[in-house]
Design a protein around this ligand. Structure first.
Ligand code: ADP
Length: 400
């Protein structure tokens, strides 16, 4: 069974083609700059060199046609006919409170996702464009939606409600939703496999740290709290996002600067975080280099990140009544030994003891805690696409 996984952004379309008989990736790629000058597709058939083709790609429908052409290409393609494709799985960011798991896409699902557009104005419209593009090109193929918010639907009310008047929750669905759910789900399951215990018996804190970062408390396999909220803005400081701030800063700064909501949202989403504090870069590699060179603001940005993650770990251990496993994943979590060490420093009191030698790891699965550490600390490369492919396969074969 071959399954195509599609992840659409506002100007991009990422894809991976899986052979589900052994879960291998046959081909993958990225269409960039959709609707912008200089559009192109980067396609790789597994085991071969990357092929780059520059072509005019005005919208997602054309982008998907270009992907289909690449997949069927006789030199670097991976299928001979579209009949080989059994289903398409889509990453969709926001499903509100509607779906706590993945679903087969029907008109009813599309309507529900359209309703969620105000909750995720930057992401859901792009995800929907992907669904429309596939529906037009392959009208008879089953499609599944896998949602970033779904895994967090198990949070209790005390974790997801905000302390604003209750009628705003009823009227506007204002609450914590959480994101990166597919990644937190994947690494928590892998962590349980690695330590050889059922996930139901473990308290796990998962740190997904990339350009966007979120920390999640996974108790008995379920998300019970997570650091992102109504939007992907809060939590720890990120590449360009501010993370947690006093809500009154927003109106205060808007007034002082004489800027409107849209401009304020740009400041908080695009000009803040590591970039805003350091004034140098949103990329932790640049921050680390500048901090080593004596740049005090870069040092501060790094310390704010480590301190913020440490506080979440402590509070989630408290929320779960203890922590057995701590997981690091995504760009920073998988690659920065320095971030992992900086975050874990001082957590020895709660049984976290990193082995510096084992921590010298990049992008591979490894237990990095000392043998006598009470808490197992593990680096796990995330694989959201694999979860999407597995859910899609399950839905088309079992119907649930
Ligand atoms: P996204 O959230 O966009 O999917 P990624 O998970 O790919 O992002 O993470 C990208 C971030 O990972 C980069 O901005 C960079 O800060 C960080 N990163 C990647 N490699 C390293 C490294 N070797 N050391 C420190 N940070 C790294």
């Amino acid at each position: 069974m071959k399954i195509l996984v599609v992840n659409c952004g506002s100007s991009s379309l990422k894809y991976q083609l899986f052979d589900m008989t052994d879960e291998s990736v046959l081909a993958k790629g990225l269409v960039e700059r959709i609707g912008i000058e200089g559009a192109r597709i980067k396609h790789v058939k597994t085991g071969m060199d990357t092929v780059i083709k520059n072509t005019d790609i005005p919208n997602h429908k054309v982008a998907f046609k270009v992907v289909v052409e690449a997949l069927l290409d006789e030199n670097h393609g991976a299928i001979k006919s579209l009949d080989e494709l059994s289903a398409v799985g889509h990453r969709v960011v926001h499903a509100g409170e509607k779906y706590a798991g993945s679903v087969i896409i029907t008109q009813g699902v599309i309507d529900a996702l359209e309703e969620c557009v105000p909750l995720a104005p930057l992401h859901n419209p792009a995800n929907l464009m992907g669904i429309y593009a596939v529906t037009e090109a392959l009208p008879n193929i089953p499609q599944a939606g896998v949602f970033d918010t779904a895994f967090h639907q198990t949070m209790p009310g005390c974790a997801y409600m905000y302390g604003v008047p209750y009628h705003y929750y009823e009227k506007y669905k204002v609450r914590r939703y959480g994101f990166h759910g597919t990644s937190h789900f994947y690494v928590s399951r892998r962590a349980a496999e690695i330590v050889g215990k059922p996930v139901e018996s473990l308290n796990i804190v998962t740190c997904h740290m990339g350009n966007g970062s979120s920390i999640t408390a996974v108790k008995a396999g379920k998300s019970v709290d997570t650091s992102m909220g109504f939007s992907p803005l809060p939590g720890v400081i990120m590449g360009t996002r501010c993370g947690d701030v006093d809500a009154l800063l927003v109106s205060f700064l808007a007034e002082q600067e004489g800027i409107d909501n849209k401009a304020m949202s740009h400041v908080l989403n695009k000009e803040s975080g590591l970039l805003g504090i350091s004034g140098i870069s949103s990329d932790l590699r640049d921050i680390e280099e500048a901090a080593d060179g004596g740049n005090q603001r870069a040092k501060l940005a790094e310390e704010m990140l480590f301190y913020g993650v440490k506080k979440y770990i402590g509070s989630y251990a408290a929320a779960m009544g203890g922590m057995d496993v701590l997981v690091f994943t995504a760009g920073i979590g998988e690659n920065s030994a320095r971030a992992r060490e900086g975050i874990c420093e001082g957590l020895e009191f709660m049984g976290v003891k990193i082995d510096r030698e084992k921590n010298k790891v990049r992008g591979e699965e490894r237990i990095i805690s000392a043998d006598d550490s009470k808490v197992k600390v593990i680096v796990i490369p995330t694989d959201e696409e694999l979860v999407i492919a597995r859910d899609t396969k399950r839905l088309v074969t079992d119907g649930k």
